[in-house]
Design a protein around this ligand. Structure first.
Ligand SMILES: [Cu+2]
Length: 151
């Protein structure tokens, strides 16, 4: 009598495969999981070469995504700024990167986190549009048309 059950190894392989699928799905970043919406740039004060920008990023995936940096052909640099309290003062600091947790979001808004467009290369007015490219660690690059708005 044999102690060998022919189907067992195959069943074990199937079980292992079944368990591995969610793990694989959790590691790979699907670019479609990152949704960037409502981008806009606040019209700069006339004569000033800096402007603040905002958007929302939704991470519909289960893994963390990281915004590594941004580029705009109309600005020398685009920085990520976070607001924080220091005593009674609200201050801002430059972020090297911005993490967006799985099933989380990052919402930039006046008075809170924002983008800082530095060294603007042309005067920007309400109704203008600039191109903005976001560099994501997992999802790659995303280029948006960003309208300039006067508040
Ligand atoms: Cu700032």
């Amino acid at each position: 009598m044999s102690k060998h059950f022919p189907g067992r190894a195959a069943i074990r392989r199937l079980i292992l495969l079944w368990m591995a699928v969610p793990v694989i799905a959790g590691c790979g970043q699907d670019p479609a999981a990152i949704v960037v919406s409502e981008p806009w740039l606040k019209e700069p004060i006339p004569g000033r070469a800096v402007a603040a920008g905002f958007f929302k990023i939704e991470n519909r995936g289960s893994g963390e995504e990281v915004l590594l940096g941004l580029e705009c052909p109309d600005a020398a640099a685009v920085e990520m700024h976070e607001m924080f309290h220091e005593g009674d003062m609200m201050k801002m600091r430059k972020m090297e990167q911005w993490a967006i947790p799985g099933h989380g979001s990052l919402a930039l808004a006046p008075g809170g986190g924002h983008l800082m467009f530095l060294g603007l290369r042309r005067p920007l007015k309400d109704g203008d549009t600039v191109q903005l490219t976001l560099h994501f660690k997992g999802a790659g690059d995303r280029t948006l048309s960003v309208p300039v708005k006067k508040l």
